[in-house]
Design a protein around this ligand. Structure first.
Ligand code: DP6
Length: 340
């Protein structure tokens, strides 16, 4: 028998960053993080569960993924099949007629994976959501499935402002991502700038391990800074206070990159273009804050602005940085008629 499910899941951008694991196997973070989903950037994923012996296959944007070089997929599929066997046992008493299954995943993203825009987060969240539907899993099980694929993926399982709690328990049972508020701030937009440089960057997992082992600033961040910032973000979001929200977003992005620099050997994700963008935003934010930049483990920028300021901000960009005007065609309809 074959069963098949298709889902579409958004990427998310962390406002308070996740950096460091307390358990690398279960992917349990050292600190809470909080993110917004970027609802227009999605991974659309079809997953088939096929009865019988066979190899799992994953295809992203028409390219086959070499599963031997990415063991996270295997971990997710193993866990899914374990949950399925467990469910069968529960319903059939103990007589466990084990039937082997394998998965076939076909995923397409509506943004370039190579741009390094947390596409793995949307991808693993989509796989987890689809498996949840195939196997009738509860939300906690599905959240865990996404998380063991990629930590930040568990924040894409629901929309809006999502708080991923680090939890205290060793088994990770209290480590979940939860949507914080029912009414989303729909007026927030995200302008994404892709600054591709050829540099090979340090992957998140490796970077986190080095930082955890060598940075003294990380300890301070985790204990003294993050909890307060999570509260500030929630409060600013609930009261729609853009300036407060923006201040925390930029401070936390900067502290994340400071922690990377505090690692031995130091890790540098931002490049010259990233810094130019920071300066443009700083200038744009005089005399009042209207934009907030944030950067993950790479040079690309995500700038959060309210809808009313999107075109003003793009004008500021065009004045300050060299932009390929062809790229402006990727702007949503409502901003295309503006004179730049
Ligand atoms: C800088 O979720 O990619 O984007 O759990 O090892 O898969 P793994 O790491 P990943 O790390 C994301 C780090 C970050 C910050 C964030 O998204 O919170």
């Amino acid at each position: 028998g074959i069963s098949e499910v298709t889902v579409e899941v958004p990427m998310n951008i962390a406002l308070v960053k996740y950096w460091g694991k307390r358990d690398e196997k279960l992917i349990l973070p050292l600190n809470d993080s909080i993110s917004l989903t970027v609802d227009k950037l999605t991974a659309r994923t079809t997953i088939r569960m096929i009865q019988g012996v066979g190899k799992h296959t994953v295809e992203i944007n028409d390219e086959k993924v070499e599963l031997s070089s990415n063991k996270r997929y295997q971990t997710v599929f193993d866990e899914a099949l374990r949950l399925q066997r467990k469910r069968k046992e529960d319903s059939n008493g103990n007589e466990n007629r084990s039937v082997s299954h394998h998965f076939e995943v076909i995923s397409t993203t509506n943004f370039p994976v190579a741009a390094g825009l947390a596409s793995s987060a949307a991808g693993f969240a989509a796989i987890a959501l689809a498996i949840q539907q195939l196997l009738n899993l509860d939300d906690i099980q599905a959240n865990r499935l996404a998380r063991i694929g990629s930590g930040s993926a568990c924040r894409s399982m629901s929309g809006g402002l999502v708080h991923w709690k680090k939890g205290e328990k060793d088994d990770g049972s209290d480590c979940v991502a939860v949507k914080t508020k029912d009414d989303n701030w729909t007026d927030l937009y995200c302008v994404i700038l892709v600054f591709n440089d050829g540099r090979k960057k340090v992957g998140s997992s490796e970077g986190m391990r080095w930082t955890r082992e060598t940075s003294t600033l990380l300890k301070h961040r985790i204990e003294k800074v993050v909890p307060e910032r999570i509260d500030l973000i929630k409060k600013a979001y609930a009261t729609r206070n853009f300036e407060d929200l923006a201040r925390v977003i930029m401070a936390d992005s900067n502290q994340f990159h400071a922690v990377c620099l505090d690692t031995i050997p130091p890790i540098r994700y931002l490049n010259e273009s990233s810094w130019q963008l920071i300066e443009t935003v700083e200038k744009f934010n005089q005399p009042e804050i209207k934009a907030a930049y944030t950067f993950d483990a790479g040079p690309n920028a995500c700038v959060i602005v309210q809808k009313k300021d999107v075109s003003k901000f793009i004008n500021a960009l065009i004045r300050d940085i060299q932009i390929n005007t062809d790229d402006l065609e990727t702007l949503p309809e409502e901003f295309r008629s503006i004179e730049y």
